[in-house]
Design a protein around this ligand. Structure first.
Ligand code: PHE
Length: 464
């Protein structure tokens, strides 16, 4: 049967490594700090952490569970939900959940590849470019990238090619585990850098900024931004976690697995904030949007002994994190195209690779050739980011909730909630089902509506 999983993770730890390898990435280190600054700090962080627990975690559990029950990757899992009356009810349709997932994967991968290219560029600047020799060098490293859309596109293409080769050779499971193995090293490295960063004299300010919830700093779009970022960071809403669930052994307890992955992912994001904010505050760098990490980190490392070494190690780890996430996205896309076009994996991989590079042209050129084109005052890059993270992901999750609540039979799902070790009761299942059926769809609709109404009001009253 297509997509059937015959190899399961040998150890429970192997699954965590791979799932964390896919969840950890640019979302935590690159996106979280600048989105937090744009939304005013502590209150946004509180919203984000709340959404991770109330919304992201049940969805993560749902994706892992569907994968484990169906023993398939995303497309095939949805198909099985539709056609196999052992696990699915016999009403038609899965609310376009599979299609949404595939579109989101493509659009996320396209701009994710561009930022992965930036990471490659900075890795080279640290390794060979003497970036730390002056403040001017740091600025010019970013300027070179911004001014040259072609360089950005070339680096993004290199990244896609590396990911493609891994997926075509079918070694992604090995690489995912390997990337996961590096993640503990990354966590230790981050820990050291956070301590050094907090020692720069801005600890109190940075901690206050990140943790003191001043709700007046929020805007009407903040809830949706926090929600979208929670989905993005946990890699849910695109079906990629379904594949990880399909590798789990029958005795694995999904709710605990999901909880551990979500907690670790969130803690890493909070670390990233503490790494960046002291420098942002100390040097009054303000909000530099998507460039924030690349402006602040070299400045922090400039003041640290062996900063060069830490820079290379940081960007190697960050690149591997980005690679782990990209492989998950690419794998889901290749599986989709293989099924839809009935072609070999290799052909499908080239189709997907080409489509991704074509899509990446827009975000890659947005700061140079397409600099003048803006939507609502935002660059095409930021517009793309927002459409995908704040638009497609929440809608994808909504479709997923509908599909699960209408189609997934209770018996196989309840089974996943009973833990043989601790005999966790079925109450957990009813909470989860309530979240999937009512709570999460209501929260998504409310956040989307609030943001849409605010946009209308801005257009009508402020003429934006
Ligand atoms: N969660 C990844 C990150 O934080 C991004 C990602 C999103 C990966 C969706 C796969 C699917 O970087």
């Amino acid at each position: 049967m297509p997509g059937r999983r015959d190899t399961l993770w040998g150890t429970r730890f192997g699954f965590y490594l791979a799932a964390v390898g896919s969840a950890l990435g640019l979302g935590n280190l690159w996106r979280f700090p600048f989105v937090t600054v744009e939304n005013g700090g502590g209150a946004f962080v509180l919203l984000y952490v709340g959404f991770v627990l109330i919304v992201g975690l049940p969805i993560l559990i749902g994706e892992l569970m569907l994968g484990k029950i169906a023993r398939r990757g995303s497309v095939a899992a949805f198909r099985r939900l539709e056609n196999d009356d052992e696990i699915g009810e016999s009403e038609p349709g899965t609310f376009g959940a599979g299609g949404f997932a595939a579109l989101s994967c493509l659009l996320v991968l396209a701009y994710y590849a561009v930022v992965s290219g930036w990471v490659l560029h900075f890795l080279m600047q640290f390794a060979f470019g003497g970036i730390l020799s002056s403040g001017e060098n740091i600025d010019s490293s970013m300027r070179v990238l911004k001014d040259s859309g072609l360089l950005q596109l070339a680096l993004a293409s290199v990244h896609i090619l590396i990911s493609l080769v891994i997926v075509v050779k079918g070694v992604q499971e090995g690489i995912e585990k390997w990337v996961g193995n590096i993640m503990p090293v990354f966590v230790v490295l981050l820990g050291i850098l956070v301590v050094k960063s907090l020692a720069t004299g801005q600890a109190t300010e940075a901690l206050r900024f990140q943790f003191y919830p001043d709700f007046t700093k929020l805007n009407w779009h903040s809830p949706l931004h926090a929600l979208g970022h929670a989905f993005f960071s946990l890699s849910v809403g695109m079906g990629t976690m379904i594949a990880f669930g399909s590798y789990l052994k029958p005795e694995a307890h999904i709710p605990s697995a999901g909880f551990r992955v979500a907690t670790l992912d969130t803690v890493i994001s909070l670390f990233a904030g503490l790494l960046i904010f002291p420098t942002i505050i100390g040097m009054s760098l303000g909000s530099s949007g998507p460039e924030m990490l690349f402006r602040a980190l070299p400045r922090l490392l400039q003041g640290i002994e062996s900063g060069w070494f830490f820079g290379v190690a940081f960007f190697v780890c960050l690149y591997l994190g980005a690679l782990g996430a990209s492989i998950g996205l690419l794998e889901a896309l290749v599986a989709n195209v293989t099924e839809a076009l009935k072609v070999s994996r290799e052909k499908a991989a080239w189709v997907v690779g080409t489509a991704t590079v074509v899509c990446a042209v827009i975000p890659a050129l947005s700061s140079s050739v397409l600099d003048d084109v803006t939507v609502n005052g935002r660059s095409l890059f930021l517009f793309w980011d927002s459409v995908v993270v704040n638009g497609l992901l929440p809608l994808g999750v909504l479709a997923f909730c509908l599909a699960l609540s209408k189609k997934l039979k209770a018996a196989p799902a309840i089974h996943e909630f009973v833990n043989d070790d601790s005999l966790v009761t079925q109450t957990l299942y009813s909470h989860w089902r309530f979240a999937i059926r009512f709570l999460i769809p209501s929260i998504i609709v409310m956040c989307v509506m609030t943001s849409l109404l605010a946009s209308f009001a801005e257009v009508i009253f402020l003429g934006r």
